[in-house]
Ligand binder design. Structure first.
Ligand SMILES: Cc1ncc(COP(=O)(O)O)c(C=O)c1O
Length: 479
């Protein structure tokens, strides 16, 4: 065909710089107003909860409405939870800093695939800088290296794949495994560890959950016994995993003792620091993760304690070479040799082939605010946890589960004649959410239900805790 094929105008419009400029400017103004509003007008709802079917019906109708995109974004804002609201105290999602969100806009326009160097020169270089910083803060030496990947769940699975490669007999990657493999972990570990072990083919028996002490930290005095029991059942334990911190209560396992145990028994030592490994940036709180430098691998979510939009996770290895052994597949179309260990083809070591340009969102925070900002955020949020815990203890009718080590505070309201405290506290939470005034979550500790807050927003203040406790009393008195 000699002649040029005419391009459909609508395809051309997809990439219109003037649309980008016009909608973009309006959108930025709208988002800036939104930020201003949710941060300053606390009476506005954190969440305007709708039933899922109602929400679905709404959007089914919306798709055939006019093409005004600003209206669409306005509706999205109305119908989403607002993590920037100081009364957002729910799940462990960072309140993204402005600069990291703006970097997100850049990365979504550029869409560099990042798994191979040519498809992300800057993003791979920035990734190296960001993960080198994490390794340095952990206390690793010059042999360490890491990469960014899509979330703590995937990072933990990737780390355990490396552990299996390093510690399982034979080459599981090539030959599968005949042995029954297992890992040791606290019963309070995030459910993704259980999933990872099952995905790795370890089965239910292969995830050995060790009981915890009164602070919900792994009971290290049970480790030897758990290992012996596993051996007597014919299991080959390959790794021990420390929580830094656990999800429900924010408890830090004794990483030093776990490290010694792992060394003694030639096990891989992995630390799931998705939530709390950020303390390595804090002079005040880094003691909580003492021993983390002895881990073979560490997971840290930037999108939890470190001001970055989801998802954005570092997986760092004490010995870089271990991270290259995880996936030994040949992918000739991507790189010349699977054997070479170049840091800049990050896809060699990650599940993802095409990968988001995550590093920009972290690097931009470091560039604009310096690494101290991570320390300030951690210190503020962990300090707030202590302030809130004290207020709960000082108030009649409220019961604090434990003194929080991190920014996760569990409590319940007990001032009632109703016998079922679990149902009572559940009802309180439900009404709180429907009111839109606060967003908190709940958790089961044993067979007891607790109200659970993760203090993620550095703009949350004592006054917000006071208002939350007042509101709980008001709701409780109406039940
Ligand atoms: C301790 C811990 N590990 C892992 C995860 C899973 O991380 P992600 O949500 O980034 O997949 C979480 C999430 O809350 C967590 O708290």
């Amino acid at each position: 065909m000699k002649e040029n094929i005419p391009i459909d105008e609508s395809l051309q419009k997809l990439y219109s710089p003037s649309d980008f400029r016009q909608i973009g400017h309006q959108l930025i103004d709208m988002l800036a107003d939104h930020l201003d509003k949710v941060q300053s007008q606390k009476e506005l709802p954190v969440l305007s909860y709708k039933d899922p079917e109602e929400e679905l019906a709404y959007w089914k109708e919306d798709i055939s409405s006019d093409t005004n995109m600003l209206d669409f974004y306005e509706k999205i804002l109305e119908r989403s939870i607002h993590v920037h609201h100081p009364r957002y105290m729910g799940h462990q999602v960072a309140v993204p800093s402005v600069i990291s969100s703006l970097s997100g806009l850049v990365t979504d326009l550029l869409s560099n695939g990042t798994g191979v160097y040519e498809m992300g020169m800057a993003s791979n270089a920035l990734e190296r800088i960001v993960t080198d910083l994490v390794a340095k803060k952990i206390g690793y030496g010059s042999n360490s290296a890491g990469f960014l990947t899509s979330g703590g769940t995937l990072a933990n699975l990737t780390a355990l794949l490396a552990a299996r490669q390093a510690k399982a007999p034979g080459s599981v990657w090539e030959d599968g495994h005949n042995e029954k493999l297992a890992v040791l972990v606290s019963e309070e570990a995030h459910y993704c560890i259980d999933r990872a072990a099952r995905i790795l083919g370890f089965g239910a028996e292969g995830i050995i959950k060790v009981s915890t002490n009164k602070m919900y930290q792994i009971n290290t005095s049970l480790l030897d016994q758990s290992l012996q029991e596993a051996k007597s059942k014919g299991l080959t334990v390959i790794a021990v995993i420390g929580c830094a911190s656990s999800t429900s209560t924010g408890s830090y396992d004794d990483l030093e003792t776990l490290a010694t145990f792992a060394k003694h028994h030639n096990l891989w030592f992995h630390v799931d620091g998705a939530h709390g490994a950020g303390v390595v940036f804090s002079e005040k709180y880094k003691y909580l993760a003492k021993g983390i430098d002895q881990a073979d691998s560490v997971v840290l979510d930037f999108h939890k304690m470190l001001l970055t939009p989801s998802l954005n996770t570092a997986l760092v290895f004490k010995e870089a070479t271990e991270s290259y052994k995880t996936f030994e597949q040949k992918a000739q179309y991507l790189w010349d040799s699977q054997q070479s260990k170049e840091w800049y083809n990050s896809g060699k070591r990650t599940f993802e082939c095409t990968k988001l340009m995550m590093s920009l969102k972290v690097y931009s925070i470091l560039r604009m605010h310096g690494e101290d900002i991570f320390e300030k955020n951690i210190d503020r949020l962990y300090d707030l946890g202590k302030v809130f815990a004290q207020m709960i203890k000082d108030r009649d009718g409220f019961e604090l589960l434990i003194e929080p080590e991190a920014n996760i505070v569990n409590f319940r309201y007990t001032n009632t004649v109703l016998e079922d405290l679990n149902a009572f506290n559940s009802e309180i939470r439900e009404r709180l959410i429907l009111s839109g005034k606060f967003y908190i979550v709940q958790t089961m500790i044993g067979d007891q239900r607790y109200l659970r807050t993760s203090l993620m927003n550095p703009l949350t203040e004592k006054e917000d805790f006071m208002a939350l406790l007042d509101e709980i009393e008001i709701i409780a008195s109406s039940l």
